[in-house]
Design a protein around this ligand. Structure first.
Ligand code: ZN
Length: 250
């Protein structure tokens, strides 16, 4: 079950219940916000849940595109969602290093938004990785990682709430005429969405600090070279996020 809470009033705005394969059983406010099962981004046109590098079709319990990370997944049937154990193995994946994020943003928005807006997105993307405290344990959910003290479901919920909150804040700012601030807030959310595409942190893997769990850092570096495999899909997803923003501020 997922509850979407109005952060200003504390009221429950939407309740979503799923069966274990992500079919929506109860939705008290269809279309209220675009985030669905395990934080996937719903494609309003097809009804699919966009999720990292693949779309997940809950009706049949399968991914609809081949796993972009073939060498990482280790699954005999690459179309089967999270090894057919979706409750324990939700499967967005990891973190990219900064140049890969930049490439994703250029791919997604170069020539589509003003150079000023693109610069703001790049600045937000940099800040969320490099500002003081950016990589503190309590901020790891923003990078698609869980800490030793956080369960994966809790982390996933923090992640989903963060990405949705950034979108909501951006919409509110844009409607008040604060366009640059709105784009900045969107840029923070886009970074988190993009992080879930890296091969490094599949399934919100654990990060215990710079000197613990350092394996992911090497994988992140390798991730920089896998842009061709997963970067274009990340670009599509951050662009979809931006299109939701445009639809809500039109
Ligand atoms: Zn990050």
């Amino acid at each position: 079950m997922r509850l979407v809470v109005n952060t200003s009033t504390g009221a429950i705005a939407q309740r979503l219940d799923y069966d274990e394969f992500g079919n929506t059983v109860v939705d008290t406010a269809p279309g209220f916000q675009p985030f669905q099962y395990a934080g996937g981004l719903r494609d309003i046109d097809t009804g699919m849940v966009r999720f990292g590098a693949r779309d997940y079709d809950a009706r049949v319990g399968r991914w609809t595109a081949k796993d972009a990370l073939r060498f990482e997944g280790g699954l005999a049937n690459l179309y089967v969602y999270a090894g057919s154990d979706p409750v324990n193995n939700a499967d967005p994946s990891g973190l990219y290093i900064t140049p890969t994020h930049q490439e994703i943003l250029h791919d997604a928005f170069g020539g589509r938004v003003s150079p000023t807006d693109l610069a703001i997105l790049l600045r937000a993307n940099h800040d969320i990785d490099w500002a003081p405290g950016a990589q503190a344990l309590w901020n790891q959910y923003k990078h698609g990682l869980h800490t030793p003290a956080q369960s994966i479901p809790v982390t996933r919920e923090l992640f989903s709430s963060f990405v949705a909150r950034q979108l909501n804040q951006a919409v509110a700012l844009e409607k008040r005429g604060c366009h640059e601030e709105a784009v900045y807030e969107l840029g923070l959310g886009m970074h988190s969405l993009a992080d879930t595409f890296s091969p490094a942190h599949e399934g919100f893997s654990e990060y215990g600090g710079f000197w613990q769990n350092t394996g992911h850092i090497g994988l992140d570096l390798i991730g920089a070279f896998t842009y061709e495999a997963s970067g274009p899909e990340a670009a599509l997803t951050v662009r979809a996020y931006y299109q939701v923003f445009l639809a809500r501020t039109r």
